[in-house]
Design a binder for this molecule. Structure first.
Ligand code: 13P
Length: 252
């Protein structure tokens, strides 16, 4: 039943200079130019977006940002608007990453506004949710993530929800080398889909749900073989162009 197209998205976080981004873009195009059955995206720092636009616009590699404000313009020092992202050929934007929630105190009310704004401007939000180790060990992971999803898509219509991508990223698996087992990741992604179904009905079967947290070429295939995992949001391993290309080829 999975007619959902796989999506492999790299999250560069706060890495790569403009020159490094340019080199990566040129190389990845060569390495994946024959890929037609997987969506590929690179979510780069704002400073690297213009060079990615130059190198990747009109290619099979989509461009994404890692954050965005919910207003289109105004006196919001240091923020970036959806119009600015569109101007740089972005089609994706990561929202609600656990690092934004933790270090920049983003809460679900703010994230919900950002998700709505992204959709209003034709950007595809990659909405990140996930529990920390304490919640996981106390058996509250599913309930916690359900609550995050409910709040972050609050007020959206089924047609809008259909367009978002959800990334399940357990905080304890991010950058730690500790991956959720394929079964645990599947259980949580199925729980997220179940939450979506209870909120917006059958369109939940069309929503892509990614897993993120220490994904690399050696574990991506097993994760992606799970019925409710439609792709990966990759941090560290997306910085190496050979490794990133290997992951894209590895899911086909
Ligand atoms: P790592 O792949 O480095 O664990 O990071 C995952 C992540 O946070 C992607 O958004």
């Amino acid at each position: 039943m999975t007619a959902r197209r796989p999506l492999i998205a790299g999250n560069w976080k706060m890495y790569k200079t403009v020159q490094e981004a340019r080199d990566f873009a040129a190389e990845i195009l060569e390495l994946v130019d024959n890929v037609t059955d997987v969506d590929v995206a690179i979510c780069a720092p704002f400073t690297a977006l213009p060079v990615l636009k130059d190198e990747l616009e009109e290619s099979i590699v989509h461009i994404g940002a890692q954050n965005m404000y919910f207003e289109t313009q105004g006196a919001f020092t240091g923020e970036i608007s959806p119009l600015m992202l569109k101007d740089l050929a972005c089609t994706f934007v990561i929202l609600g990453h656990s690092e934004r929630r933790e270090y920049f105190k983003e809460d679900d009310v703010l994230i919900a506004k950002k998700v709505k704004t992204a959709l209003d401007h034709g950007l595809t939000p990659i909405l990140c949710v996930g529990e920390n180790l304490t919640l996981r060990e106390s058996g509250q992971a599913a309930a916690y993530v359900r609550e995050q999803v409910e709040q972050d898509i609050h007020g959206l219509s089924p047609e809008e929800v259909k367009k978002i991508v959800v990334a399940y990223e357990p905080i304890w698996a991010i950058g730690t080398g500790r991956t959720a087992s394929p079964q645990d990741a599947q259980d949580m992604c199925a729980a997220i889909r179940g939450t979506l179904t209870s909120l917006v009905g059958a369109v939940s079967s069309q929503v892509r749900i990614l897993y993120g947290g220490s994904v690399k070429s050696g574990n991506i295939a097993e994760l992606m073989s799970q019925p409710d995992i439609d792709g990966a949001l990759v941090g560290g391993a997306s910085l190496d162009v050979q490794e990133f290309a290997k992951m894209i080829h590895g899911v086909r």
